[in-house]
Design a protein around this ligand. Structure first.
Ligand code: DC
Length: 233
């Protein structure tokens, strides 16, 4: 029997280019791109808006039953996030929300709450899903698992340039410290820590620009998924 839907899991530390590259790859293949970091960011924004204190895990868990988090796709395939019916796609990108997302993502109740939502998308579509635990927890049977990484200095530099371009205050040395601290939090937490799945292929984008990184991923997909990598599904 022909398999119904394909799934590609892309995990890795922040700043490796997961979201941008996954989005491009999804468009190339005609797959749905699911940026799971955006989902955690939406829950983080909700906690902040409800005036919950950072670190108050009980209050975060208690707000979940009333929370309405939805994913939508624009006609060009871009993922949009809705919180209680409001489009928060821009709001969740605010620098401050990164810390909130990191905080809520370490709470087991939050991860359980979002697990089925992520799996359902993969049951109903061809997906490229990017995050931290997609290959290890969310989609352990994904057709292809990629661990996308780059040296912290490279990731910090990209993040710094991105902030500068957006006109946000940025300091390169501080950005590197932030990247290292965030890596440590994401890798050392007890719940769904960031780690490479045993059957994942590593793609290291250190020293590569976006186009070169994209070509690297595309060739991995072509090697592993055969005819699918050749064009739109
Ligand atoms: O990829 P990002 O920076 O937008 O993710 C925001 C936060 O959410 C980050 O601290 C890691 C966390 N996250 C997670 O724990 N699991 C995922 N699958 C995706 C993101």
């Amino acid at each position: 029997m022909r398999k119904q839907y394909y799934s590609i899991a892309i995990d890795g530390p922040s700043g490796a280019g997961k979201s941008t590259l996954s989005e491009r790859l999804a468009k190339e293949l005609g797959f749905l791109h699911v940026d799971t970091g955006a989902i955690y960011r939406t829950v983080g924004l909700a906690a902040r808006r409800r005036g919950i204190g950072q670190g108050d895990t009980k209050a975060v868990a208690a707000m979940l039953p009333q929370l309405n988090v939805e994913l939508r796709y624009s006609s060009d395939g871009t993922q949009r996030m809705l919180l209680d019916g409001e489009d928060v796609t821009q709001a969740i990108r605010h620098h401050e929300i990164s810390a909130w997302a990191s905080m809520v993502s370490a709470i087991p109740e939050v991860r359980d709450f979002l697990l089925e939502m992520q799996r359902k998308l993969a049951r109903e579509h061809n997906v490229i899903m990017d995050g931290r635990d997609i290959g290890t927890v969310v989609l352990p049977d994904a057709d292809l698992k990629i661990y996308l990484t780059a040296q912290p200095e490279d990731r910090a530099r990209r993040r710094y340039l991105e902030l500068k371009e957006r006109g946000e205050p940025a300091d390169e040395a501080q950005t590197l410290q932030d990247v290292i601290a965030r890596d440590r939090r994401d890798m050392e937490r007890s719940v769904a820590p960031l780690r490479k799945a045993e059957d994942a292929v590593t793609a290291d984008t250190t020293g590569r620009n976006q186009e070169e990184s994209f070509q690297l991923l595309l060739s991995l997909v072509r090697d592993h998924l055969g005819e699918l990598g050749g064009g739109k599904s």
